[in-house]
Ligand binder design. Structure first.
Ligand code: NDP
Ligand code: 2IT
Length: 451
């Protein structure tokens, strides 16, 4: 058994109640095997054992009143996973499925993602099992304020800088930042995704979706292709999906699917023009369900099915798949359906949307696979640029930030290709991203000695 297999086995034993964390560790460490041979110094310093243990885990009680005056108790988390290359950085997720294993998988992935961005950011993640769905603005505000009343003591502009993720967007960041500022009495870059009026960056709302499409464009370009005329499957209907759709439309592609946790719509004419505007209103202002898109535009709706169930059951054809909803949405049978659908590239907008078995199906069938930590790194990259703008007390133009994002996504793709080549896995974007991200963090950890 290799040393890496041994580390994976230990994680499986120690964290057996955290299947998502185990999955993320297995996905990363398995592809790091070539580094074990080339870097005996990492093996000797036990870097692989150290990197799967968070620097610190914070768990806390969050108590708040609903509009009727009833008291609710939720659990809050912040996992500061690895701070070797910069202040901790990563989003907050508010969703009823949140528990320690979800936050640990996300924090672990964030270490390597952040290293790939070329910016100095360590990996972290946080959140709560609070469900924002169906809550009034006042209830969300009271929850966010209560959450920050504990979180503030663990974060800071040079310590840990949270941002959004599922269930946490501009509205929530506003409430969180307001409470931080009130308690600490400082205006600093302690959260990203802020409103433009109080320190936010242009392009941050768009960044994950735009970055995903820029990265996928690099993948297509390696085969002499682009998005023009391509039919694209997108899942989700939230922040990442919305701006993914917008950018694909700008590049002449056509998005035929969207989903939420209730079901999937198929629009063969494409989600564009007034339909995209409706999606933005529906999800960001009305906070309604995707079913209403089907009702308004008279297109098919599949209750209780994911985009990938619909591809499998209805035999949809498409060129590119961009999962943008949540973890483990694409299983082995879905991946097989994507092969049959004629898909040539899959790039992950969500974090860990493909199971390990699904990834194997893509790789064995010659489908180009762009892993989350590379493909969706545009969001945290522009968060890093928001931190820079806060530090220098300037606001860059849309064009400046967008150009920097484009350059970063290119560099991420390039680094992954080069690392894959150098470590004997040519063309493997998953191994390349993991190895390139790991090397930067491992070298920093080695430099610090035994800590
Ligand atoms: P949002 O909350 O804006 O949207 C999430 C979307 O995914 C919604 O359509 C939601 O449907 C759907 N969804 C969420 N959970 C589930 C579930 N368990 N089952 C089915 N559908 C689900 O989040 P984002 O768009 O920000 O995040 C989407 C993905 O992208 C996540 O994996 C996130 O970690 C990742 N990501 C986000 C970044 C960012 O900057 N926001 C950066 C990088 C990655 P419903 O409304 O019904 O819940
Ligand atoms: O998964 C992610 O990279 C995010 N949710 C964004 C994190 C950030 O700090 O912008």
């Amino acid at each position: 058994m290799s040393m890496i297999d041994d580390v994976i086995a230990k994680v499986k034993e120690k964290d057996k109640d955290q299947p998502e964390f185990i999955q993320a560790v297995e996905e990363v460490l398995t592809t790091l095997k070539p580094t074990e041979e080339k870097h005996p110094e990492f093996v000797k310093a036990k870097i692989y054992e150290r990197i799967v243990e968070p620097d610190r885990v914070v768990m806390f009680r969050v108590v708040w009143h609903d509009d009727k005056g009833e008291i609710h108790v939720n659990r809050g988390y912040r996992v500061q996973f690895n701070g070797a290359i910069g202040p901790y950085k990563g989003g907050l997720r508010f969703h009823p499925s949140v528990y320690l294993g979800i936050i640990k998988f996300l924090g672990f992935e964030q270490i390597f993602k952040n290293a790939l961005t070329t910016l100095p950011m360590g990996g972290a993640k946080g959140g709560s099992d609070f469900d924002p769905k169906g809550k009034s603005d006042a209830e969300v505000m009271r929850f966010c304020h209560a959450f920050m009343q504990e979180l503030y003591r663990h974060i800071g502009p040079d310590t840990d800088v949270p941002a959004g993720d599922i269930g946490v967007g501009g509205r929530e960041i506003g409430f969180l930042y307001g409470m931080y500022k009130k308690i600490v009495n400082e205006h600093t870059g302690v959260l990203t995704g802020k409103g433009l009026e109080y320190g936010g960056s242009l392009i941050r709302p768009e960044a994950t979706g735009y970055g995903l499409v820029y990265y996928a464009s690099e993948m297509l370009a390696s085969k002499g292709q682009d998005f023009s005329g391509k039919t694209v499957l997108v899942s989700g209907a939230g922040n990442v999906a919305q701006y993914t759709v917008e950018k694909i439309n700008q590049l002449g592609g056509k998005v035929i699917t969207l989903s939420d946790s209730n079901g999937t719509i198929v629009d063969m004419d494409g989600v564009k023009g007034e339909k995209w505007e409706f999606l933005m209103w529906l999800k960001n202002e009305k906070r309604g369900r995707i079913k209403e898109y089907a009702e308004k535009f008279n297109v098919p709706y599949y209750e209780g099915k994911s985009v990938w169930d619909v591809v499998r059951d209805e035999g949809l054809k498409a060129d590119v798949a961009l999962p943008c909803a949540t973890q483990n949405e694409i299983h082995k049978d879905h991946a097989e359906a994507l092969v049959k659908a004629g898909v040539i590239a899959v790039a992950e907008g969500a974090n860990m949307p493909s199971t390990l078995e699904a990834i194997r199906v893509f790789q064995e069938n010659g489908i180009m696979f762009g892993p989350a930590k590379a493909a969706n790194a545009g969001g945290v990259a522009v968060s890093g640029l928001e931190m820079t703008q806060n530090s220098i007390r300037l606001q860059w133009t849309r064009e400046e930030v967008d150009n920097k994002l484009r350059e970063i996504m290119k560099k991420i793709y390039q680094q992954s290709i080069e690392a894959a080549e150098a470590y004997g896995r040519p063309g493997d974007l998953l191994a390349g991203a993991n190895i390139a991200g790991f090397l930067k963090v491992a070298k920093a950890m080695l430099a610090y000695g035994v800590l």
